[in-house]
Design a protein around this ligand. Structure first.
Ligand SMILES: CC(C)(COP(=O)(O)OP(=O)(O)OC[C@H]1O[C@@H](n2cnc3c(N)ncnc32)[C@H](O)[C@@H]1OP(=O)(O)O)[C@@H](O)C(=O)NCCC(=O)NCCS
Length: 286
């Protein structure tokens, strides 16, 4: 049987998460306290016991210049003792049928590891999103950096508004509401990272800087000419030795960044085709 969970299933859902991903209890509790609701979860039951679960977090996708409701599939997991029996396959099928009922344009996800791409392809997903990845040593980032920005608190409403404007009309890209952005910021802080928002003569920019020494900047965006100031602010806030910086396509010159797969899509009520710049998913909780 597949259904939304009951409140009393929460300990079992936490156990599946722990057994499948091995995250600390505090991290799992953090999700359940800040982002979970029974309406966001879908569960496969074996004899009334949860064995497999996924969470569908609301988002919007830009289609034909308008934002349409979509769902981001997160933390899909089957208890290790119950894996390879088709539970998740059935749950993905169930998620699609609910998405159809709810008239979602698409379901999107980011495979936890590249090898899972084939698995999701078997269930109708295709790689759709791309992101720009640039790698720097501390010295290289220092050579790009310009001092003189004002580092301000990274408030979720400001970042949500900036992202919305930046990705507005960008066909196929995902837009996150303020609560999703707030959770991504809190999650980054919770795991030891820092969120940075800067203002400089050229404009504004922000970055979600993960913990070091090998730092992933989970997302950054900035107005033209701001990157050098953002680099300086990142170096001031992080003692990292290397920096992998992820952003939507086209912010950095191609010589210093490369495009990489940034997530998959299952079109539901819209064909979700893109023209022009490759669509961006971003702010996934990997
Ligand atoms: C991925 C996962 C959710 C699949 O659940 P499941 O109920 O076993 O799925 P199904 O029975 O429908 O399909 C099993 C198939 O998944 C594929 N698969 C599972 N893990 C895989 C991995 N890490 N890489 C590639 N393929 C994988 C295999 O093809 C497997 O078939 P096999 O056992 O015959 O080799 C489960 O393995 C799991 O919880 N893994 C750990 C957490 C995780 O990585 N979640 C995905 C986050 S995007």
């Amino acid at each position: 049987m597949m259904a939304r969970p009951r409140g009393e299933d929460i300990p079992a859902l936490k156990q599946i998460w722990k057994a499948a991903f091995g995250d600390p209890d505090s991290y799992i509790d953090f999700f359940f306290e800040h982002r979970f609701s029974v309406q966001k979860a879908m569960v496969a039951y074996e004899k009334d016991k949860p064995v497999s679960v996924l969470y569908v977090l609301p988002c919007h996708i830009n289609v034909d210049g308008e934002q349409h409701p979509a769902g981001y599939i997160y933390a899909a997991a089957t208890h290790p003792k119950k894996q390879s029996k088709g539970w998740m396959g059935n749950l993905l099928h169930y998620a699609k049928s609910i998405a159809k009922e709810e008239d979602l344009a698409a379901l999107v996800l980011r495979p936890g590891e590249p090898s899972l791409t084939r698995y999701y392809e078997r269930h109708g997903y295709r790689t759709f999103f791309q992101e720009s990845t640039a790698k720097f040593t501390r010295k290289q980032l220092l050579s790009c950096a310009k001092a003189g920005s004002q580092i301000l608190p990274a408030f979720a409403d400001v970042i949500t508004a900036f992202r919305r404007h930046y990705l507005d009309g960008w066909e196929g890209s995902i837009q996150w509401e303020e609560d999703a952005v707030e959770y991504a910021l809190e999650e980054n802080t919770f795991t030891g990272g820092k969120n940075i928002f800067i203002r400089c003569p050229q404009g504004v920019g922000y970055a979600l800087v993960g913990p070091g020494p090998h730092v992933t900047v989970k997302e950054w965006m900035a107005e033209r000419g701001v990157f050098a100031y953002l680099a300086d602010a990142i170096l001031k806030q992080s003692e990292g030795e290397t920096f992998t910086m992820r952003s939507p396509a086209g912010i950095l010159r191609q010589e210093i960044s490369k495009m990489s797969p940034g997530g998959m899509i299952l079109p539901v009520s819209s064909p979700c085709i893109w023209r022009g710049k490759p669509p961006y998913l971003g702010l996934t909780l990997d």
